[in-house]
Design a protein around this ligand. Structure first.
Ligand code: NAD
Length: 585
């Protein structure tokens, strides 16, 4: 029985047997906590987020949670119970004061300290942890002032201890696929991006239940209070810190309209929250210009009613990705928006190809924590380092400074101290052998021929079959939108006029060509034929059929096969979604 299974079984038994099993649990837990090579972790702040992170850590092999800290003793007790229930030794509890995290950091059985407190404690806890020789990680943002950014950088450099801000959106599968596409050059040189954190937090965060700690920022600040979820993926998309860096930032804020309106509507005009004066503007728009002449538009949008959105758009010299449209546009590939999901699949990052836990933001939180823990265990750099962390967070203070100066440009300090010029991109490397959507990898047919299948509609399928080429004759139209109904690739060839596909094959070769055709109106109006053959009789066109032709050496004396779509009646539209070519070697 492997360790995972034995622990799961133990957990199940323990949950069922309740208190009577407590002694056995505690004995078994000690074994777990003292597991050889376990990474010792301390957590500071076990409220909403910290509890979530704790749950993920308790589900990981080789992690021992040895201390928990919170200023609310009941939360510490609750976290301790959860650790014990997970089969580990009772962790030390620290809740004597706001600075009791110092006691936690002093423990010599911890390798890492993770902080999920209110924002103002992130830097103090992380600095303390690094000074005591621990890896440090904090929730977002990691720093609220330029001085705190420097404190993190200086401490990490002086102690040699890595620091990582837990910016989970950098680890999302869609964002990492976009990173792979950028690195494969699909969008050309990246020039510009938009990003936003659009999340109505008034009721559940700023003034919700016990989390009102964030509310004070609405009455004391006017800046981008939460810039890292939007910037997370953008940092690597634009090689910020690794070849380029922020130069200056200009920020503009609306006045504050949302909070008073919200509280008036919800609690009445006489409620103190409805009468409160709010300094924080509802929408903050920052524009960053980089040293290499690129631009980023960053939006703070957290106090007006709306559904969640990040509004990512990244644009280069060859095309762009638009998260809101769930689409890409690549010059020369399509004439309009191309659905993103096939690209997401084709460029899926290795971290997600290998699978991820379903817990925590669709597995994203689990992935970032797992990678942090691996770095601690292997004593390597964390997947996001201190420079990335403060570069994202510095938008908090610098946007405030720009707004206070009437939207004046504010220079961004070079927190890398010039390293950005020589550092190579290191985040999320992937050695995947990506095949562009539209072409499946070369395979073999049952009778041993080399074969490849192409989605038709992406204008330039990548042909990898030796000696085979494709050319469209006539004027086929790439067509999007019918695919879901037909269960076909979302981009297809729409054949309104006579046109054809010219398939170059090795001269005198034999093989098979097949095209998948359908007509949503349910009437066969076109035929798909080889020029040198009788038209096929197709009666079931609307359901979609593979029209297959075997070709012989005589057909390919000139090395060319001509597949033609031609009108069969007075009107004629049909959709071709896939082409398959097989050649005998
Ligand atoms: N990455 C994400 O997706 C995500 C999601 C939610 C929250 N967060 C971040 O997590 C952090 C915590 O947010 P939350 O929603 O869990 O808030 P919360 O109020 O639920 O939890 C914060 C906890 O910290 C404790 N605390 C306060 N001061 C402390 C101190 N000096 N020492 C020890 N404990 C202290 C509080 O008692 C509380 O239990 C914030 O920085 C927030 O921005 C991140």
């Amino acid at each position: 029985m492997d360790a995972t299974i034995s622990r799961r079984i133990f957990l199940g038994v323990n949950a069922a047997a309740g208190v009577g099993m407590a002694l056995a649990a505690s004995q078994a837990s000690r074994a777990g906590a003292e597991e050889k090579g376990a990474v010792g972790v301390g957590i500071v702040g076990v409220g909403g987020r910290g509890s979530g992170l704790l749950g993920l850590l308790l589900g990981m092999e080789g992690v021992a949670v040895r201390a928990v800290c919170d200023i609310i003793p009941e939360r510490v007790a609750n976290a301790q119970k959860r650790v014990i229930a997970a089969g580990q030794a009772e962790p030390e509890g620290c809740s004597r004061s706001e600075t009791d995290f110092e006691r936690l950091c002093q423990r010599d059985d911890l390798d890492a300290v993770i902080t999920a407190t209110p924002w103002e404690w992130h830097t103090p806890v992380a600095v303390c942890a690094m000074k005591h020789g621990k890896y440090a990680a904090s929730e977002v943002p990691c720093a609220l002032t330029v001085q705190e950014c420097w404190d993190l950088v200086d401490t990490s450099e002086q102690t040699g201890k890595p620091f990582m801000m837990l910016e989970n959106w950098s680890f999302r599968s869609d964002n990492l696929a976009v990173l792979n596409m950028i690195r494969q050059g699909l969008f050309g040189e990246i020039v510009h991006c938009h990003c936003a954190h659009s999340h109505d937090c008034l009721s559940h965060w700023y003034h919700g239940s016990a989390k009102a700690w964030a509310a004070k920022y609405l009455t004391t600040h006017n800046c981008d209070l939460y810039p890292t979820h939007d910037l997370g993926p953008v940092l690597s998309w634009m090689d910020i810190g690794c070849g380029d860096y922020f130069d200056y930032i200009t920020s503009t804020a609306t006045d504050s309209f949302g909070p008073r309106d919200h509280y008036t509507r919800n609690f009445g005009p006489d409620h103190p929250l409805a009468k409160q004066k709010y300094t924080q503007g509802d929408i903050v728009t920052s524009v960053v210009r980089t040293k290499k002449g690129k631009t980023l538009v960053i939006n703070y949008d957290m106090q007006l009613p709306r559904p969640y959105d990040n509004r990512w758009m990244i644009q280069g010299t060859h095309g762009l990705y638009n998260e809101q449209r769930n689409a890409v546009y690549i010059d020369g590939v399509a004439t309009d928006w191309d659905p993103f999901p096939p690209y997401h699949e084709a460029y899926k990052h290795a971290w997600w190809r290998e699978g991820s836990s379903a817990d925590g933001h669709g597995g994203t939180d689990w992935l970032e924590l797992k990678l942090f823990v691996e770095a601690v265990r292997n004593k390597t750099q964390t997947p996001l380092d201190v420079y990335d962390s403060v570069t994202m967070s510095c938008v908090f203070p610098l946007s405030g400074e720009s707004i206070a100066k009437g939207s004046a440009p504010v220079q961004v300090p070079d927190f890398t101290r010039g390293k950005w010029e020589t550092r190579k991109p290191y985040f999320a490397p992937d050695d995947g052998k990506f095949v562009r959507p539209g072409a499946a990898p070369v395979g073999r047919t049952e009778d041993g021929m080399l074969t490849q299948e192409f989605a038709l509609g992406l204008r330039t399928p990548e042909v990898q079959l030796p000696g085979v080429s494709l050319r469209f004759t006539g004027d086929p139209t790439p067509h999007a939108g019918w695919a879901a109904a037909a269960g076909q690739p979302s981009h297809c060839m729409f054949a309104a006029e006579q046109w054809g596909i010219e398939i170059g094959v090795p001269k005198g070769s034999t093989g098979k060509v097949a095209v998948y055709a359908y007509d949503l109106e349910g009437v066969r109006k076109q035929t798909v034929v080889f020029e040198n053959r009788e038209p096929d009789r197709l009666d079931d066109f609307h359901k979609g059929v593979w029209v297959e032709h075997a070709f012989t050496a005589e057909d390919t004396e000139d090395g060319l096969l001509r597949l033609t779509v031609s009108k069969a009646g007075d009107v004629g539209n049909c959709v071709l979604s896939r082409l398959r070519v097989a050649v005998a070697e």
